[in-house]
Ligand binder design. Structure first.
Ligand code: ADP
Length: 582
């Protein structure tokens, strides 16, 4: 997409839908510009009036001037102030609404895109697009509105007034515009430095996030000093990058002040000469002088506007990229909606390779009849998690078929497929919300009674009610404050509430104490009852009860059987694993 296309999309999808606000903002900006230029008129009449006020002028005549000047002055001030107030609020509202709409669309696309896309970008980077990039776009938008429209109008009106009062003097001043080129050069450098700062901010955000979420590892391995030093270097780098940017920015002011000094000298020399020749009045010269002061901040803003626009456009391109990413995994044309499945699950000759080219499954076939428990075991990297991810179509297998009740899952709607599946994984995902709401994620329509019944079945009711706020206790990040076993029971309660016929279970590897282990185990038994369960087994207890065990190694099924039959197989992978665990 080119910048032009991005701008027209911004206009069509975000600005034009707010046309009422936009047009009103334009109106107040034009009013502001006209009132600002009106100041030149006020100055001219004041100065030329004082010219007529010689010592000895009658009071009545002096009062006559005041009667005109004061209302005009106040009127101009009032209009300038009020129009500035309203255009500011309207421009900000326009930008904020644009940004909120973008954030919602980005969020929807991010959630609808494939699971694999989350592995492509770091979380910090993704978050920075939602916060930092969006802010850059909003700032650029406000600047475009206020500089490009309000300031350009002000510049036009002011120059018009200056030409009207004294066109020769105004033309002389135009020469000083040529002195602006160092500013143009400087802006190019500024743009590069700003991009560096921006990139570094993204990196710092991810590093900080990583460092905090890895607190457990950092503390136990005594890596605090190492992390402090690593991040400390990042902070120092930030100083360096910012100082470079600030130094470049700092040049702008002195250069402009110098140019302004030259321009003033020009005005006085040429203006006084004109007054002495009686071709102009002091009021007209003063009006041009005020014009210079009105113009200079606007011209300066216009000088750096391009930077803001460029930064805004590059942020906009990142935002649109997030918005436009489309999931490959979606409902196929004519996909059927299934109701509650019976629960037969089968993989037929499935092979799967990850995007990076690492083959994870090779010609894997397995099947689980409704209500059965099948266990996946084998060394790490064997492909167990990959199988679990293929069943709800978090990834699509390149070859082979996965069926539920004999139907290819690719022919089902994603929504109805996933409604038949519950997942309990070893890393329990708990959100920063109440315990009841966390369990309720299993079935968003469930009421409090159903949630409590699920918690009871998962043997979690006891510890939940022992908490001061019971089911309304708001959990910390990742369930901080709960034990490993408690977190697992919450996730089991969530799956019980979901009441899906197919259960995908990734048993926790982390050791629990005997009592928690027993509770989790009994909760799991209640959960798996009457459901087809595919479990990644790390403990022998689950394996013994499994109807069938598949041993996976390097992406292929190397042995199949029951605990009893596989244990007997001398020299088999399973027998070896069993030997290691006992
Ligand atoms: P297991 O669960 O048995 O430990 P996995 O299914 O996680 O095995 O992994 C199977 C293979 O696929 C491994 O070689 C692993 O490195 C690779 N793999 C797993 N996840 C990804 C991923 N997101 N991207 C690329 N390769 C992956």
């Amino acid at each position: 997409m080119t910048d032009r296309q991005r701008i027209s999309r911004l206009w069509r999808d975000y600005i034009w839908p707010q046309k009422g606000r936009f047009i009103l903002a334009l109106f107040f900006m034009a009013l502001f510009a006209a009132a600002t230029a009106g100041l030149l008129y006020v100055v001219q009449i004041i100065i030329d009036a004082t010219e007529n006020l010689k010592p000895g002028t009658a009071n009545a005549e002096a009062l006559q001037y005041a009667k005109i000047i004061i209302p005009v002055l106040l009127g101009v001030a009032l209009i300038t102030g009020a129009s500035d107030f309203f255009q500011r609020i309207l421009a900000n509202a326009l930008a904020l609404n644009t940004v909120a709409k973008m954030q919602k669309q980005m969020l929807r696309s991010a959630h609808e895109s494939d699971y694999a896309s989350f592995a492509r970008d770091t979380t910090g980077n993704l978050i920075s697009k939602f916060t930092f990039d969006v802010k850059v776009v909003s700032d650029a938008l406000i600047r475009v509105l206020s500089n490009l429209i309000k300031d350009v109008l002000t510049v036009i009106f002011t120059i018009g007034a200056m030409l009207y009062y004294n066109w020769q003097l105004t033309l002389v001043l135009a020469v000083f515009l040529l002195a602006m080129w160092p500013i143009v050069e400087l802006s190019k450098k500024l743009r590069g430095s700003a991009a560096e700062v921006q990139a570094h901010t993204g990196k710092l955000t991810s590093d900080l996030k990583e460092s905090f979420s890895g607190a457990q590892l950092i503390k136990t391995y005594g890596l605090e000093a190492h992390e402090d030093e690593r991040l400390g270097r990042e902070f120092d780098e930030r100083i360096r990058l910012f100082l470079k940017l600030v130094t470049q920015q700092a040049w702008v002011e002195p250069i402009l002040t110098f140019i302004a000094g030259l321009a003033l000298a020009g005005i006085f020399t040429f203006g006084f000469w004109q007054i002495s020749k009686d071709v102009t009045t002091p009021g007209a010269v003063a009006a041009v002088l005020v014009g210079v002061f009105t113009l200079s901040p606007r011209l300066r803003a216009l000088g750096t506007l391009n930077n803001a626009i460029q930064e805004g456009l590059s942020a906009l391109s990142r935002i649109f990229d997030v918005m436009d990413q489309r999931g490959e995994i979606k409902d196929e044309p004519g996909a059927t909606t299934v109701g509650r499945a019976k629960g037969d699950v089968a993989l037929n000759n499935v092979s799967f390779t990850y995007e990076d080219g690492s083959p994870a499954l090779r010609d894997v076939s397995l099947d689980a009849k409704a209500g059965q428990t099948i266990a996946l075991v084998g060394p790490s990297g064997g492909g167990k998690s990959t199988i679990i991810n293929l069943i709800p179509r978090l990834y699509d297998a390149q070859t082979g078929q996965i069926t539920i009740d004999g139907q290819n899952i690719r022919g089902l709607t994603l929504e109805s497929l996933r409604r038949n599946i519950a997942l309990v994984s070893q890393d329990v995902t708990l959100f920063h919300m109440s315990i009841a709401d966390n369990i309720g994620l299993g079935d968003l329509s469930a009421d409090r009674d159903a949630i409590e019944a699920a918690a009871k079945a998962a043997d979690a009711h006891g510890f939940i009610t022992a908490l001061p706020e019971g089911y309304d206790t708001v959990l910390g990040e990742d369930g901080a404050g709960l034990s490993g076993g408690q977190k697992q029971r919450l996730s089991i309660a969530r799956a019980i509430l979901r009441d899906a016929p197919i259960l995908l279970l990734d048993e926790a590897t982390s050791a629990l104490d005997a009592e928690s282990e027993a509770k989790v185990q009994s909760a799991l038994e209640k959960l798996t009852e009457g459901r087809t369960t595919i479990v990644i087994a790390h403990r022998l207890s689950t394996i013994q009860k499994a109807d069938k065990i598949y041993v996976l190694d390097k992406g292929a099924v190397v042995e199949t059987g029951t605990h009893a039959s596989l244990s007997k197989k001398r020299g088999g992978v399973y027998a070896k694993l069993k030997g290691l665990q006992s």
